[in-house]
Design a protein around this ligand. Structure first.
Ligand code: PHE
Length: 502
């Protein structure tokens, strides 16, 4: 077979920006604020920060390191550890695939709002503020009464979803080189936009009340397993771990490049961005509390819709520049979402498929874009928001953490953390000590398994099920089961693609 040239970053800066771009996404500006809001505000930051250090950073080093070591994406890495483990590289591919199907829908909502903000379509002043919730759930989503009432797709969202996939296709089909270059811009522009929004938020009357909620811890909540479950899920989500992609991004690093320092830079930039975005959202929440004279609990019970309800309310209530601030915020979401979406699709799904089947990039990219779009139609229906919630629970809570725990165990005990650590330290700026071995072999998997069972499973298997949607949350277990079976089937197929090499 001819020598295969592996897809490559064009240098350290494009790689770091691509990694940061993949990490910083809707997870920071959309998911982090609503999860923080749902799980206790300031208190949530404690398990979040613990999760960052004990779990996130060591885990990212492992994924980058293994990808670079074997020069293959996740399935190839696990196949190299032992043929019987290949499925463990495919399961996260399914997780990435399902995430990108709904992630792109949230990007489509952002585009919708970037457009409707230009005219502040939900109205200016008190009336607009009061109507922002109805605008989102009624006019934009046409929300039905439950997940079993799907209804027709909402055409405007469906059209925008198609547009998002066309844009993604054009960024992805050229591979790592283009992704690295585009990322530099798609990271810097949102940072500037976010800075503008934070300054605007902090200078609004009432901002302090929102920030108090964001920053004051209530230690009693820390005893609840679900808070830890949510925090670990958010760490994996925001750092893009547990879903195959970072293995692939690591495999595009030249063999002698740094890993550990890059993992630190990526994780810290990501956490800092989420924390910063929290100021934009919570100062706005405080402003709404004061302007409408309501307590925090009533600002928006929107959950998944927090950014899409709270922010429009604030836009209505601004003393000036309403449309401009609205457009900026939603464009920022759009840019951030896009860099992460091509990471999910390219690193998480396309690259593993190319490695396995030896198929061409353009063809593979096209197929993945079309199939993901077709699945995405589900979330554009009237019952779509419920399904988005169910699939998020399935893959981003369970999927990321289960595959992460298993990966730590197999890599830690099967491949050997000592070997990987020596390899990383050889070329990295920051040398990691033996503590890292124990985090990967014992602390991370034990912590993950504990929160999975105690924080999630025990609650979701109750008769009323997650959010009362379905008895015993059966769709969650069904989706997990089917994707696991598919992963074993893929393992059974012979690998035809490149075995690494550069
Ligand atoms: N980390 C990115 C985000 O926070 C993208 C991503 C989302 C990656 C979900 C993996 C899983 O939005």
């Amino acid at each position: 077979m001819a020598e295969v040239t592996r897809d490559r970053w064009t240098g350290r800066v494009p790689f770091i920006f691509a990694a940061i771009g993949s990490a910083i996404g809707l997870g920071n500006v959309w998911r982090f604020p609503y999860i923080t809001y749902e799980y206790g505000g300031g208190t949530f930051l404690i398990p979040y920060i613990i999760g960052l250090f004990v779990l996130g950073i060591p885990w990212m080093m492992m994924e980058f390191g293994m990808g670079r070591f074997f020069q293959r994406s996740a399935p190839g890495v696990f196949e190299s550890i032992g043929k019987k483990w290949e499925w463990l590289g495919w399961w996260p591919v399914w997780v990435a695939f399902l995430i990108v199907t709904y992630y792109t829908v949230v990007i489509a909502w952002s585009l919708h709002y970037a457009i409707s903000s230009a005219t502040v379509a939900w109205g200016i002043g008190e009336a607009g503020a009061a109507g922002a919730g109805d605008y989102f759930f009624g006019t934009v989503l046409r929300l039905s009464d439950g997940p079993s009432i799907l209804g027709a797709p909402v055409w405007s969202i469906l059209g925008l979803l198609a547009l998002v996939w066309v844009i993604l296709f054009f960024i992805m089909f050229k591979g790592a080189r283009v992704i690295g270059r585009v990322s530099v811009w798609l990271v810097i522009i949102p940072w500037v936009l976010l800075a503008v929004l934070v300054i605007r938020g902090l200078t609004l009357p009432g901002a302090v009340d929102g920030l108090n909620y964001y920053l004051t811890p209530d230690f009693a909540v820390l005893g609840q397993g679900e808070v830890w479950f949510a925090a670990f899920s958010q760490i994996a989500f925001t750092l893009s771990l547990g879903m195959a992609g970072m293995f692939a991004y690591g495999s595009f690093i030249a063999k002698r490049a740094d890993v550990t320092n890059n993992a630190f830079i990526t994780s810290f930039s990501d956490a800092a961005t989420a924390f910063f975005a929290g100021f934009a959202v919570f100062s706005t929440v405080g402003f709404i509390m004061q302007a409408l004279n309501i307590p925090i609990g009533e600002v928006s019970a929107a959950g998944l819709g927090l950014a899409f309800v709270t922010f429009p309310v604030a836009v209505s209530m601004l003393p000036g520049a309403n449309a401009l601030i609205g457009v900026l915020f939603f464009l920022c979401l759009f840019f951030l979402g896009t860099t992460s979406a091509y990471f999910l699709a390219y690193g998480g799904v396309i690259s593993p498929l190319m490695d396995k089947f030896g198929s061409g990039r353009v063809k593979t990219t096209l197929i993945v874009c079309i199939v993901s779009f077709l699945v995405g139609i589900l979330y554009t229906t009237s019952g779509g928001l419920y399904w988005l919630d169910i699939v998020d629970r399935t893959v981003s809570f369970y999927g990321l953490l289960i595959t992460g725990a298993l990966a730590c165990l197999v890599i830690g005990w099967g491949f050997g953390t000592g070997k990987l650590r020596e390899y990383l330290n050889e070329t990295s700026d920051i040398k990691v000590g033996a503590w890292w071995d124990w985090l990967i072999k014992i602390v991370a998997p034990a912590g993950l398994i504990f929160v999975l069972i105690y924080g999630g499973f025990m609650k979701d298997i109750a008769p009323e099920g997650y959010e009362g949607y379905f008895n015993w949350s059966w769709p969650i277990w069904t989706i997990l089961g089917i994707t696991l079976v598919f992963s074993f089937l893929l393992q059974a197929i012979k690998t035809r693609g490149p075995k690494g090499g550069d």
